[in-house]
Design a protein around this ligand. Sequence first.
Ligand SMILES: Cc1cc2nc3c(=O)[nH]c(=O)nc-3n(C[C@H](O)[C@H](O)[C@H](O)COP(=O)(O)O)c2cc1C
Length: 321
Amino acid sequence: MNERLVVTCGRITFQNPVLAASGTFGYGSEFERFFPLASLGGFVTKTLFVEPRDGNPPPRVAETSAGMINSIGLANVGWEAFVAEKVPDLKAIVGAARMLVNIAGNAPDEYRAIAARVEGDRERVGCAGIEVNVSCPNVKEGGTNIGCDLHQFQAAVRGVREETSLPVFVKLSPNVADVVPFAACAIDEGADGVSLINTVYGMQIDIEKRRPVLGTGSGGLSGPAILPIGVYWTHKVRAAFPDLPILGIGGIATWRDALQYLLAGAHAIQVGTAAFVNPLACVEIIAGLERYCSQRDTTIAELSGAAHRGGRLAEAAVWTG
Ligand SMILES: Cc1cc2nc3c(=O)[nH]c(=O)nc-3n(C[C@H](O)[C@H](O)[C@H](O)COP(=O)(O)O)c2cc1C
């Protein structure tokens, strides 16, 4: 273990700042033939609901000019099957990397229910914490995205916090006018930190069929196209809450991308879409950060938030042109 890479995010210490993002590394075993997941800082599971879900009708993924768009619909095996069938292998594979269980529900009350299940099985699962995916439509109340509605967001986070004493990271949606009030709400409700960002709403049209490519019409955009969006929100949230642990996500494909998030204020980062293009992306990012730190005799902990230390930025508001 290289001490320069060790980071502490609230109550969790990671051996390095590179985590596998939810939904893009399956249940773990899918990537074992490429590299040992135990070499990562952490591994975030696919989103788990209490009950199994089939997800959305196909096509569910499409390539875009600078990334991909997906409407998987959070297909998952459900909590019981996850614990019985996936956890034994995953625990062995993850090793020294810390496992975060990512959870969600179809309505705020379902977040409470899945959090209670995780709490009940926490020893058996061996997870270091929970990541709460709030980017779900409320199927019981008109389909509003829970992560975009402060009232429902608050209810979901409160339910999770009341059911578990595990570290809780709330994964924020970028599909709002301002992410900062959502980060503030997560803090008020007792979250340990935030992960940001989830995918950005998008659509791709098949010009021959004159129809959207995805079965559901729209989906979530990820990959290099969203890197500056994630870096922007990371910087803004860190400026508003300098002590809040942040896991930066969105478009990270190289160590230079990862470093942007760290300098903007993230304490650790997650890699998603890049792993589909280059399964070794995480390993290469860890090596690149290690090189950068030793060449400059610094540590990741020192680098986190360094972009804020050059003094206040000139602009008070967002200039777009
Ligand atoms: C195919 C696919 C499946 C995903 N599944 C989940 C999921 O189950 N839960 C979740 O919180 N995020 C999910 N995400 C979002 C990623 O974890 C990540 O937040 C997002 O893709 C941005 O990072 P990236 O640009 O590195 O992919 C998924 C993304 C993709 C591309």
